[in-house]
Ligand binder design. Structure first.
Ligand code: SAH
Length: 261
């Protein structure tokens, strides 16, 4: 008797539990797709934010990048949005990636190093030669600069423009399609100029568009290059050689131009 009562009670209990579970799952089943997708989106964004954080620590800080504005900017800019066709998680790897047309989005460390070497203070006006994906331009904009960026390949320039607009950098970044050899004199002088393609020699027009105290950061050489910084002084230019790098070649007029300093 005792036994039977116990079983009945257990059955009743189980029925209550399964009914409550059913009630609990009902709204999930009905509204599941919206709630689930939001949840999925959030956990994807959390994952990408933690990949960005790991990139900052292991690739940038560990290699000596100290400028907080650079680190903050690279913590904020969604690099994966600038690497079309690439699995978002891979965008934060320690390497450059193809962006089509034989061109690349630079390795995060190189973007950070060039941004740090620019040594800009707000308000700043920066010229970039080689828009490529638009990522370097977005990082400079996030640092508080007005950015002018020139890209030689039309399809890349158009795509970068679209991505920059979509990511909210529409006002801060002006872009143009053309050969960056001659710079953008209408907006000169600049507080810094970054060339993100390898030049066989330093373009004189770019040196001319630096204000006094401003710096040109440029990879110089052919197959392998050195990253150079040219600072404009009252009485000329000072040149520093930083590290060995590998960039895609700068094309166009720079190939025919007379040697700079
Ligand atoms: N800064 C880019 C990386 C660019 S890769 C980024 O953050 O993604 C170098 C780019 O320079 C390529 O897109 C290439 O087409 C461009 N380029 C090469 N020669 C150029 C020139 N003379 N003027 C402007 N852009 C040039």
């Amino acid at each position: 008797m005792h036994d039977i009562d116990l079983k009945a009670a257990l059955r009743r209990g189980l029925r209550t539990v399964s009914f409550s579970l059913f009630l609990l799952l009902l709204p999930l089943a009905c509204g599941g797709s919206a709630g689930g997708a939001d949840g999925e989106e959030k956990s994807k964004n959390d994952d990408l934010a933690s990949r960005r954080e790991a990139m900052i620590k292991m690739q940038l800080v560990a290699r000596g990048i100290r400028d907080e504005r650079v680190l903050d900017a690279m913590r904020t800019v969604p690099r994966h949005r600038f690497a079309p066709g690439l699995d978002a998680a891979r965008a934060y790897d320690d390497r450059p990636h193809s962006i089509g047309e034989g061109q690349t989005i630079s390795q995060p460390y190189i973007v950070a190093l060039m941004s740090e070497l620019a040594r800009v203070d707000r308000p700043c006006r920066v010229l970039e030669i080689g828009t490529g994906s638009g990522y370097q331009a977005a990082v400079l904009a996030e640092m508080g600069c007005d950015v002018y960026s020139i890209e030689l390949i039309e399809s890349l320039g158009i795509r970068a423009r679209r991505i920059l607009d979509a990511q909210g950098y529409g006002e801060r970044v002006q872009t143009r399609i053309g050969d960056g050899y001659a710079g953008w004199p209408e907006h000169a002088p600049f507080d810094a100029i970054l060339v993100t393609a390898a030049a066989p020699r330093v373009p004189q027009p770019l040196l001319d568009q630096l204000r006094v105290g401003a710096r040109l950061v440029i990879p110089v050489g052919d197959f392998r290059q050195n990253l150079e910084v040219h600072t404009r002084r009252e009485d000329g230019f000072e040149r520093e050689t930083m590290i060995g790098v590998r960039f895609v070649p700068m094309r166009g007029e720079v190939r025919e131009a007379p040697a700079g300093p």
